[in-house]
Design a protein around this ligand. Structure first.
Ligand SMILES: [Zn+2]
Length: 357
């Protein structure tokens, strides 16, 4: 493979450097015959911390559509994806050098008829441990629970599973070496999940100050998915006639969501950036989530770090671009820390040392 040369400020520290790529890795020692590929602001590959590769409204999609989704993410600069539940078998994506690195988590584990049809493995509480055990074995170190969803009997959001079932399930996942995350819109599911030692919360609009203190103490991360929670007024409108209590709950959660997000940040909870691509959301829109989080009041530096170097470190990858690191990065024509809108116009996307876009 021939050597490539890039130059410009390298984030996170912004030092202007000549960066070379040889055999898929970064080096700062000039190799012979390096060709200049791009000049600009060099950012470690973006991380989508909540994505659903292979998932559409009706459930799993065929491989050619999975490929289109992965390429849309990649061409927007996303080079590492943490899947958050997919009914499609996407293991083959990991064999493809030209597609983003993927951490799979198997299927969502949900309560029977208490989630979107064809998405998850649906079980009753007495089947939860076995389901989580199976998904922990099927995934790459993460299991996704649907922590709460509308209960038609109660007419409101309600925890999917009782506390004792959740406790046993998280214990079995941890015994398998897998971490657990959960979809939680409301408040009531959160206490038992935190008691049980959950590792991450998705959405988290129902978090209270007491929950946030516990998240900090226990090192529990939050992926707030602001694009997704901006749809709460739609969910509320859909439920207003048949489920007025649910509708009111969603309105309240929507009104509080900015305060909750900023309180989480102020408390010191580690936030990561997830597009929630798949299902009802498009792929290739992580830059929209980054800007949506910044619009909530988080600094550009905080959000970009969460979507790049800090997110990469959280998921076990090289945070920056040091000598010998995997050459996964994006080159932008302007400084994204000053202007996040440049994230829509990557000049070059480099994955595993190859210019892929
Ligand atoms: Zn999701």
């Amino acid at each position: 493979m021939s050597a490539l040369r890039f130059s410009g400020p390298v984030l996170p520290d912004g030092e202007v450097r000549e960066l070379f790529v040889v055999d898929g890795v970064v080096t700062y020692e000039r190799p012979a015959g390096a060709e200049t590929a791009a000049e600009g602001w060099i950012v470690p590959g973006l991380v989508d911390a909540h994505n659903h590769l292979g998932l559409e409204d009706g459930g799993a999609v065929p491989d050619d559509e999975v490929e289109r989704q992965a390429i849309a993410d990649r061409d927007s600069g996303v080079l590492l994806t943490r899947d958050c539940g997919s009914p499609a078998d996407t293991r083959w994506v990991q064999e493809r050098e030209d597609l983003p690195r993927l951490i799979r988590c198997g299927r969502h584990v949900a309560r029977t008829r208490r989630y979107i049809r064809n998405y998850g493995q649906e079980v009753e509480p007495d089947g939860l441990v076995d389901a989580v055990d199976a998904q922990a074995r099927a995934g790459d170190g993460w299991v996704k629970l649907v922590g709460d969803w509308i209960s038609r009997e109660e007419g409101d959001l309600a925890p999917s599973f009782p506390a004792d079932a959740v406790t046993a399930a998280i214990e079995v996942a941890h015994a398998q070496g897998a971490k657990v995350t959960a979809h939680c819109f409301g408040e009531d599911s959160l206490g038992p999940l935190l008691d049980a030692g959950i590792d991450c919360i998705e959405h988290g609009t129902g978090l209270t100050e007491a929950h946030l203190e516990r998240m900090v103490a226990q090192g529990v991360a939050l992926v707030p998915t602001v694009l997704q929670t901006s749809k709460f007024p739609e969910f509320s409108a859909q439920g207003r006639v048949k489920f007025p209590a649910y509708s009111a709950t969603m309105d309240t959660l929507f009104q509080r969501r900015r305060d909750v997000l900023m309180a989480a940040h102020d408390a010191g909870v580690a936030l990561y950036v997830g597009s929630d691509g798949g299902g009802s959301t498009r792929h290739g829109v992580l830059h929209e989530e980054i800007r949506a989080m910044a619009d909530m009041g988080l600094s550009n530096e905080y959000v970009l770090g969460a979507a790049s170097w800090r997110g990469r470190a959280w998921l076990g990858w090289n945070p920056g671009l040091d000598e010998g690191d995997a050459a996964d990065f994006v080159v932008y024509p302007r400084n994204p820390l000053e202007d996040l809108s440049v994230l829509t116009e990557p000049a070059r996307v480099v994955l595993r040392g190859r210019v892929v876009a």
